[in-house]
Ligand binder design. Structure first.
Ligand code: IVH
Length: 711
């Protein structure tokens, strides 16, 4: 191909790729596959590598970033970048005119100056990002500058060029010679989450919010870093046009920008509204939608739509008189941590909660904020006495976002002298309590899980209601008539502190309760009495042991026979030795479908003497069940606790029969071979599982050897 051909092809590829890019990133309506895009992109890259001098200024290959700059150059704004005056609302007020008093005052001033009854306002979201000014010359993106002090900012052209949704060349045939567009650079919430996950993965500090992440990314001297950060841009005004007529209203001007390929807020977020009442209603509507938007907004901006009217209104000091930012209540504020407490939830989950010096945030006064779990407290290193950033977004529970480390109370290190003076924090890092703050049972945090839990499920008053409701439920002890509302009352009256108290309830007491007659009281006591006659699987399920559902309860009952076989502590309450625990663990793992997580939950439960005491109390109160058939597991069978994998066709035994025999002897059958497989039983036409077993050195049995092992 000739040089001219190459040049033409490059022009064509740049145009195509920019169009596809706009369809994908702005319109969200791709017309070609990613593979097709990549193919054209690589073709362009090859041509540019061969003839760098033909590289076009609007080529998408420049979006990947360029070599680092020593510093950002300064740019004087041809039209200063002003700010907006703010209006706040008091949402406690009922009357809209009072609730939005500052907004109504703004409208009144506008109407008075214009001498009109009613004004048309263009509304749009107030994006919570960074203002940027973009310069296009003859349709080609030339320069991007930050706001700076409004008069001059920093040249961040190479960084802004990496933003995928930004047009590098204006779409359409007719474009102005000069176009200066203003808008906001921000990071979408999803992109922010992803970035913070990446930061955490490499041990870097997470960003506190999308705005900080966007600011940090935009101010990178190495635009290749910016390119990896996924920023977005939304246009909100036109600052300068040369060589073409401008539309007469702000709303038309926005549509004009959209036709050039600029991303804007979706049309339903930027309506033109007639009069201030419609404006106030829109604000409340957006407030509701705020949490569901893909990006953070901190209010709504209203602009007088007519440009002629805008000109009449003009500017006051550094803000236009024709526009106002109607701010939402701030979602973040800083305050002091007075204490950190461990709260116990209905399921025993332990949540660290920061008690705060009261602070007004998100429209309400906040005194507590969740710290989610121990890992979060450690990661954020929140300590008593710290100044923290608190966030309350919408109806979400307030949370501690980060610590303002510069404000942490410090003291001199003991023993330090003049030469080695050093400071250390007054408070040490927060630790999860070893005992439940409510009931004193031990707290466990299973490996790999974020949530720590109190093990006193049956005893802990924080978990009492939940425990009783579950115990009485149909698939557990099936106590008819003992529903949630009644349990709430019984627990609140202090009549049911432990499950065994149910069996001590008297008709005459119950009959005195709200909405409970003699007859229902008698029926309830009868139902409770009848529940004493139960089965071991129901009873085990009713205890509400974590991860033990009905079917696991059935298996446990069948394999252990006697509930006492599950107690790792002796009846005198002394801890048994580690050996007994290890043995119990082995026996649990021998039960089909019981893996390490369930085994751990069962042991955690029965290791808590308070839980064992409740079980014993229940038995003493008369709860009983028919003896299960002799326990299936012979504790010392050579097969107990071993994992088998079956493959191929055995000569006489069907697969189900072989499985049943292995399980009856306390073994487990698994579907795939791994390092944890003890035996592979191979029959005719055994395939890859056999090969894998051989490779891993797993013992291989034929049917005869299996039967011999099973005795
Ligand atoms: S118009 C004359 N519209 O708010 C000022 N600004 O205080 C023209 N902002 O830093 C600004 N969303 O970056 C306008 N839809 C919007 C906006 C918006 C966010 C920011 C802007 C500036 C600040 C103005």
């Amino acid at each position: 191909m000739s040089r001219e051909d190459d040049k033409a092809r490059m022009t064509q590829l740049v145009a195509l790729l920019n169009q596809y890019n706009h369809e994908y990133h702005v319109l969200d309506q791709p017309t070609v596959s990613d593979a097709e895009y990549d193919r054209l992109y690589r073709e362009l890259q090859r041509l540019e590598a061969a003839s760098p001098e033909l590289r076009r200024p609007d080529t998408p290959t420049l979006r990947v970033g360029a070599a680092p700059l020593p510093s950002f150059a300064s740019v004087v704004h041809a039209v200063p970048m002003l700010s907006l005056n703010n209006a706040f609302s008091d949402m406690e007020q009922i009357d809209p005119a009072q609730r939005h008093a500052e907004l109504f005052q703004f409208d009144e001033r506008v109407r008075k100056t214009l001498g009109v009854e009613r004004v048309r306002y263009a509304a749009e979201p107030k994006f919570d990002g960074l203002a940027i000014s973009l310069l296009y010359r003859n349709g080609v993106f030339e320069q991007a500058a930050t706001r700076g002090d409004g008069v001059s900012g920093e040249n961040v052209t190479e960084n802004v060029r990496t933003i995928r949704s930004l047009p590098l060349r204006l779409l359409g045939e007719q474009v102005p010679e000069v176009l200066e567009v203003r808008g906001e650079v921000l990071m979408l919430r999803d992109d922010f989450e992803r970035l913070n996950q990446q930061q955490a993965a490499v041990g870097d500090k997470p960003f506190a919010n999308p705005r900080n992440a966007a600011a940090g990314s935009l101010r990178q001297l190495d635009s290749r870093i910016t390119a990896s950060r996924r920023l977005s841009f939304f246009a909100y005004s036109v600052a300068r046009v040369e060589g073409m007529a401008r539309p007469g209203t702000h709303s038309a001007e926005m549509n004009w920008l959209a036709s050039f390929g600029f991303p804007l807020a979706p049309a339903d977020l930027r309506p033109v509204l007639e009069g201030i009442d419609a404006v106030a209603a829109f604000y409340e509507q957006i407030m509701e939608r705020r949490a569901g938007l893909p990006y953070d907004i901190d209010g709504v901006v209203y602009k007088v739509d007519s440009r002629a009217e805008q000109d009449v209104l003009g500017f006051v000091s550094r803000a236009p008189r024709f526009a106002i930012a109607h701010k939402f209540p701030a979602e973040e504020a800083t305050t002091l941590v007075e204490a950190i407490e461990a709260q116990v939830g209905r399921t025993g989950a332990i949540t660290p909660v920061a008690r705060l010096k009261p602070v007004f945030v998100g429209g309400v006064t906040v005194t507590n904020a969740t710290l989610h779990n121990e890992d979060e407290v450690v990661r954020k290193d929140v300590r008593v006495g710290d100044t923290v950033v608190v966030r309350r977004a919408g109806d979400v529970i307030p949370e501690v976002v980060s610590v303002v480390l510069e404000k942490r109370p410090m003291k001199e290190v003991a023993g330090a002298d003049l030469f080695s003076a050093a400071l250390e924090p007054v408070e040490s890092p927060w630790r999860l309590p070893a005992q439940c703050p409510v009931c004193g049972s031990h707290v466990v945090k299973p490996e790999g899980e974020a949530i720590a839990r109190c093990t006193g499920g049956l005893f802990c008053s924080a978990q009492r209601k939940q425990a009783v409701i579950h115990f009485a439920s149909r698939r557990a002890m099936d106590i008819e008539g003992l529903g949630e509302k009644l349990v709430d009352q019984l627990v609140e009256l202090g009549w049911v502190k432990s499950l065994v108290d149910l069996y001590r309830l008297k008709v005459e007491d119950l009959a005195g309760m709200e909405r409970m007659g003699d007859k229902s009281a008698r029926n309830l006591v009868d139902a409770i009495e009848a529940s004493k006659n139960t089965t071991l699987p129901r009873f085990l399920f009713g205890l509400g042991i974590r991860n033990v559902g009905e079917s696991t309860a059935r298996d446990l009952a069948r394999y252990f026979g006697d509930i006492r076989a599950l107690f790792p502590v002796r009846n005198d309450g002394e801890d048994s030795d580690e050996l007994a625990l290890a043995r119990l663990n082995d026996r649990l793992l021998a039960v089909p479908d019981v893996g390490p997580i369930v085994a751990r939950s069962v042991m955690d439960f029965f290791c808590e003497p308070l839980n064992v005491a409740v079980v014993n109390d229940l038995i003493e109160a008369g709860v009983h069940w028919p003896a299960e058939a002799a326990p299936v597991v012979a504790a010392d069978s050579p097969v107990a606790g071993k994992t088998f994998v079956l493959t191929g066709t055995l000569p006489t035994l069907g697969r189900d029969a072989a499985k049943a025999l292995i399980e009856a002897a306390g073994g487990k059958v698994s579907g795939s071979v791994s390092g944890k497989t003890h035996f592979v039983v191979a029959g005719a036409e055994a395939g890859s599982k056999l090969e894998k077993a051989q490779a891993l050195g797993v013992t291989i049995l034929d049917e005869a050897a299996l039967l011999a092992l099973l005795g």
